[in-house]
Design a protein around this ligand. Structure first.
Ligand SMILES: [Zn+2]
Length: 266
């Protein structure tokens, strides 16, 4: 019924009990999980792929993988990292490049370096025909500056603004660029009225949900380690906000996920 379109199953927080976490996800009606890539240096980028390959075929939840260099890690990337990403991205389990983007809140990598790695990975996604999962924090004008010329040139990035937390205006601008909006547990936070407004205005065929686990656990688990099972709480909140019936919303979200992340290797 639910798909967690963005989480970090390779995080240290899941090392000890991943099997139990996946069982709870299945019990909560989570059919599929998209595990984001981690690492930046060559040899550290394949955690999500290894997890997806380990899950027995036919078992639930189905695991698929993204590979990519997070903006926090941009300074650690090497030329060989991009070569390795290109290779990893051709594997069957890989359905996206992510997460990639700009984070000018934490500024853990120099901004010019973040921008360069973001652009290179957008080029790679374009080359391979893969969608992207975009991280944007305190950097929407700059992310837009990167994406707009691509859209104008007829090569728009196919992708999703993961963990959307911007204003209504930003939501409209992202939608105008053809992007999907993915809502996390923040949708349930008391002060997140801007996110709820975006969740109401987005067209049904452009919304996704995610946990971003182990981060951002929804209410009533806020502050704890998040896990994919709790994407159901965000789904329920989204249904309430949009006045949507529950099974129908789950079907719509699955349809959206499959439309964006269908494997399309050349
Ligand atoms: Zn993330």
């Amino acid at each position: 019924m639910w798909i967690d379109s963005h989480c970090h199953l390779d995080a240290a927080e899941f090392h000890d009990d991943l099997e139990a976490v996946l069982l709870r996800a299945a019990a909560a009606g989570v059919d599929a999980i998209l595990a984001m890539g981690g690492g930046a240096a060559p040899g550290t980028l394949d955690g999500s792929c290894r997890l997806a390959r380990r899950q027995p075929a036919g078992s639930l939840p189905r695991l698929c993988a993204a590979v990519g260099i997070h903006p926090h890690e941009a300074a650690r990337a090497e030329a060989a990292s991009l070569t390795e990403l290109r290779q990893l991205a051709r594997a069957d389990e890989v359905v996206a490049i992510g997460e990639i983007g700009l984070d000018f809140h934490y500024d853990l990598s120099p901004r010019d370096c973040q921008r360069e790695i973001f652009e290179q990975q957008l080029d790679l996604a374009d080359e391979l025909g893969l969608p992207v999962s975009i991280h944007c924090r305190a950097a929407w004008p700059e992310v837009r500056q990167v994406l707009e010329p691509r859209a104008r040139a007829g090569r728009p990035a196919a992708g999703v603004m993961h963990c959307f937390a911007g204003s209504e205006t930003e939501a409209r601008e992202a939608l105008d660029l053809g992007l999907y909006l993915s809502f996390s547990g923040m949708l349930t936070f008391a002060k997140a009225e801007n996110i709820r407004a975006a969740a109401r205005l987005a067209p049904a065929e452009r919304i996704l949900i995610e946990t971003d686990a182990p981060f951002l656990a929804p209410v009533p688990h806020r502050g704890k380690r998040n896990e994919p099972a709790w994407v159901a709480l965000t789904g329920a909140k989204l249904a309430e906000l949009r006045g949507a019936a529950l099974p129908a919303l789950g079907d719509q979200l699955a349809e959206n996920f499959n439309a964006l992340f269908a494997p399309r290797h050349p």
